[in-house]
Design a protein around this ligand. Structure first.
Ligand code: NAP
Length: 448
């Protein structure tokens, strides 16, 4: 940390949604930030792709350029915020900034999830830091919490709602009784979903954030593609309604936990008990729940994206970098993120849960006995069965089954067998039920 009273010059790469918010916050909260840091932070240069575009923030003539070397070649700029999305040219820009001795702040979770090992290693070699609070859950300060505030804890579980778009869609389907496509259209109309929402609804975005949280919480690097992932595209209004009747909401849950010396991780739509913290997350909000061995359960809720919540995290990282906190944290977490070591603990890919099954079957004698028989053959014990009136989903009678604890692999095999029966009229849905964080561990019960 420098003790000089000279202004600190900041370079910004990217002046889109987040970059504009960051520049605004640095300008509009200048006095407050100066009091906090003890030095003035000034935006020295802003690099964009197309400098001829009109901007939503007024900057001095000549400050905006498409020439990255105006940051990389300027030794007076020591900190750069990389606010360009995607993998390339973001990766090359990050490398260039680090090579040229800049500390980097970024909001780009895809870049870190894909190229984290290479970029963290380069930063360490160059004695620089990479700060990335904004890359996970936007305005919720979860990275600093895990990396700094919970450093005395062995983290047992971390889970959350990490994608606002999919949460908006699920909550809107429930609250308005709307279909998936109507809710997606509403999310797009309100600016909560991109024109191409695939990375949000197929779970890619949330899984990339989960991979970063796993690095921080458990100190291991899991390529995000290895994390089991299911999006929300197959969730139908009728699943949400049936789950609600049983006291649950459907939420896209990212989770990772350590139990019996194994790590379990996945991203999937789950039934979450109404009234529990994650079930009550509405709209485009995010939430993260952590269990540490000393601190117990803690819960964070807030805006996971959007211009100013994300800018809040980026500017906090810029401040942390300037005062020297980011370097200490990066050094500590950088040692934890030993990306070559991979996991020393086995990965548990077959967790145990209760499951909600939604089937459509022909209304014939013996069908229910056949289905319960298949479940029993796979060692899956049934907690309850509800037969519903036919719905708009097509021919067949809806059958909702809640199972006792069972392994996902057993469920998968049983569902394949059930769906191959001619008496089952549409592909069945199987969703896991989320346990409370402090629920006792369960073993498989004897089949009914
Ligand atoms: N938006 C959010 O709420 C949010 C929340 C959390 C994290 N993030 C992450 O933050 C990052 C930025 O998101 P955003 O929404 O601000 O994106 P955006 O609105 O699309 O802005 C991207 C900016 O990058 C600039 N850019 C693209 N290629 C460049 C290049 N080669 N050199 C210099 N600048 C270049 C663009 O320049 P032009 O303007 O000239 O085209 C634009 O200003 C992404 O990684 C995103 O995942 C966003």
């Amino acid at each position: 940390m420098s003790t000089s009273s000279e202004p600190v010059k900041i370079g910004i790469v990217g002046l889109g949604t987040v970059g504009t918010g960051v520049v605004r916050l640095l300008i509009e909260s200048c006095d407050h930030i100066t009091r906090h840091v003890g030095r003035n932070l000034v935006v020295e240069r802003v690099v964009v792709r197309d400098e001829s575009l009109s901007r939503q923030v007024t900057l001095p003539k000549g400050m905006v350029t498409s020439d990255l070397s105006q940051i990389t070649e300027d030794p007076s700029i020591t900190v750069a915020a990389l606010l360009v999305g995607g993998l390339e040219p973001a990766r090359s820009i990050m490398i260039e900034l680090l090579e040229r001795g800049k500390d980097v702040v970024t909001a780009n979770k895809a870049l870190l999830a894909e190229h984290g090992p290479e970029l963290f290693a380069l930063a360490r070699r160059k004695g620089r830091s990479i700060a990335f609070e904004a890359a996970v859950a936007g305005g919720i300060p979860i990275v600093a919490t895990i990396a700094q505030c919970l450093s005395a804890n062995r983290i047992e579980a971390v889970r959350g709602i990490l994608n606002g778009t999919s949460n908006f869609i699920l909550a809107h389907m429930e609250e308005e009784g709307a279909s998936y496509s109507e809710s997606l259209a509403m999310a797009q109309k309100l600016g909560f979903a991109e024109a191409d929402p695939s990375m949000d609804v197929d779970g890619t975005d949330a899984t990339q954030k989960l991979a970063i949280l796993i690095q921080l919480a458990f100190g291991i690097w899991i390529p995000w593609r290895e994390i089991p992932r299911t999006g929300i595209e197959a969730i139908h209004a009728v699943h949400i309604a049936r789950a609600a009747e049983m006291g649950y909401r459907i939420r896209l849950v990212a989770s990772a936990s350590r139990a019996e010396n194994a790590l379990t991780m996945r991203l999937e739509p789950m039934l979450v008990r109404q009234g529990s913290p994650l079930a009550e997350v509405r709209g485009a909000f995010n939430a993260v729940e952590i269990k540490g061995d000393a601190v117990g359960r803690i819960f964070f809720h807030g805006q996971g994206a959007g211009q100013m919540p994300t800018a809040s995290a980026v500017v906090a990282d810029i401040i942390d970098t300037v005062v020297g906190r980011a370097a200490i944290t990066f050094d500590t977490t950088g040692r934890m993120i030993d990306t070559h070591a991979r996991s020393k603990e086995p990965l548990q890919s077959d967790p145990m849960n209760r499951h909600f099954l939604h089937l459509l079957v022909r209304d014939k004698p013996g069908v229910l006995a056949d289905i319960t028989g298949i479940l029993g053959t796979h060692g899956i014990s049934i907690a309850s069965v509800i037969q519903q009136e036919p719905t708009e989903l097509g021919a067949g009678v809806p059958l909702v089954i809640m199972t006792h604890y069972a392994r996902q692999a057993s469920l998968r095999l049983a569902m394949q067998e059930i769906d191959s029966r001619p008496t089952v009229t549409a592909p069945s849905t199987c969703l896991s039920v989320l346990d409370e964080l402090d629920a006792p561990r369960h073993s498989v019960r004897e089949s009914n």
